[in-house]
Each structure stands twice: as structure tokens, then as C-alpha cells.
Unconditional design. Structure first.
Length: 225
């Protein structure tokens, strides 16, 4: 059985979404009289879904805050503004194009809102990525393997045929929980030292390196590495 599928994280891996996430978070915080957060702080808060982002962004004195209410303001604003500043990392579109031309099936799994994941995929990668799954009711967030397994089922692939690409410790754990090898990219929201401390075994500094790794190490029967 050959590897024929690549599953990607979205934020910090394919798209730089940090500024739009910061703006939506700060809009929600300011609406309720809380101080804004910096881009660096938001970078450290993301990765575990938007509820955890809001919980982490709230100050310590906001222990009794209605997170659901604040999250609702975040969701409404982000839905309307999720493409204001977001852009694909340089080389990413070419990576997806070349992988598809090489015969790979491609998927995105993200702890971002499912509607936003599908919208962003359609805007940036709709011609290349066949399955895009985000946070929604009835499916556990990463690092649970559920999103990955749903994406593989949608593509008609098995875990033995797939490799995972992400930029965070959450992605490393997600890949492990799903039984997939993981390529950790260093251009996203976490640096290489952090990734290695959290178990990264294969790292890539550029989208071109991801392509080379996939073609050299995963473009052959699984289990033969």
C-alpha cells in the first residue's frame, strides 16, 4: 500500500491567519470592556479551538465572564472578517498544486470554525484540497483523531496511506493519535525548538521541503521507511 494522501493543518501551516484572529478576539474583548491582546499573545493562545482562544485571552479578573456570550461576538465578527488580512504562506499554493499533480489526495483539518475552514479552503485552495473539516458539533477537536479520520473517510483513504503536516504541538499529538507520521513546519505559529521539545521528528523550513520530504520518504509503500 502506497502513501497517497496528505492531511494539512490550516492556521500556521497553509494560511497566516493570525492578524484576523487577533482582530476578532480584540473586538470581542473590547465589546465587554476587557483589554486587547498583542499579536504575540494571540500566537501563543491559538491551536486548541476558538473557545480556548477566548478563555486564554480573557484576563485573570474575568473568571466569571460569560465565555459563550463573548465567543458569540467573536464568531460573528470573524465570520465577516476572516479574510481581511489572511494570506497563504509563500510557496504553499504551489506545494498543493504539485502534490495534486503527483497524484496525492489532499485534506485540511482545523480547530477553526467549520464554516470558516470551508470558506477559506474554497477561497484559497478549492482547486486542490478535496476535504476540509473544522470545529463543529459532534466531532472532537484536535488532538483527538476524529477530524483526521473523517477526512480520510471522505477521501476514501486509510491511515496507512496518509501523512500529516502541521505547525504545532497539537498537530504532533493529532498525528500520533490518528496513527499518521507527521511533518512539522517551522514557518508557522511555533518555532523549531518548541516543536522538537514536543516530539517533532521530521521538520520542514519551507513548502518546497515539505514536497521533497513527501516525495522522497512517503511516495512509496507505507511501512517501508
Amino acid at each position: 500500500m502506497k502513501y497517497n494522501t496528505v492531511v494539512f493543518d490550516l492556521d500556521g501551516t497553509l494560511l497566516n491567519t493570525l492578524e484576523d484572529l487577533m482582530n476578532a478576539t480584540n473586538h470581542a474583548l473590547e465589546t465587554y470592556g476587557y483589554p486587547k491582546r498583542t499579536l504575540s499573545e494571540i500566537r501563543n493562545f491559538v491551536g486548541n479551538g476558538v473557545r480556548r482562544l477566548i478563555e486564554r485571552a480573557l484576563p485573570a479578573e474575568a473568571a466569571d465572564a460569560d465565555v459563550d456570550e463573548i465567543l458569540g461576538v467573536f464568531r460573528e465578527y470573524y465570520t465577516a472578517h476572516c479574510e481581511d488580512c489572511t494570506c497563504a504562506y509563500v510557496g504553499v499554493t504551489d506545494l498543493l498544486k504539485r502534490l495534486k499533480q503527483a497524484g496525492f489526495k489532499l485534506a485540511i483539518v482545523s480547530n477553526k470554525l467549520d464554516s470558516a475552514v470551508k470558506e477559506l479552503n474554497q477561497s484559497y485552495f478549492g482547486g486542490y484540497v478535496q476535504a476540509a473539516i473544522g470545529e463543529k458539533e459532534g466531532i472532537s477537536r484536535k488532538p483527538a483523531p476524529d477530524m483526521v479520520m473523517n477526512a480520510l473517510a471522505e477521501l476514501g483513504s486509510s491511515r496507512e496511506e496518509a501523512v500529516y503536516v502541521g505547525d504545532s504541538d497539537v498537530d504532533i499529538r493529532t498525528a500520533a493519535n490518528a496513527g499518521l507520521p507527521c511533518i512539522s513546519v517551522t514557518w508557522g505559529f511555533r518555532d523549531v525548538e518548541f516543536l522538537r521539545k514536543n516530539g517533532a521528528e521530521i521538520t520542514a523550513d519551507t513548502p518546497r521541503q515539505v514536497y521533497d520530504i513527501v516525495m522522497e520518504h512517503f511516495n512509496r509503500p507505507s511501512g517501508s521507511m
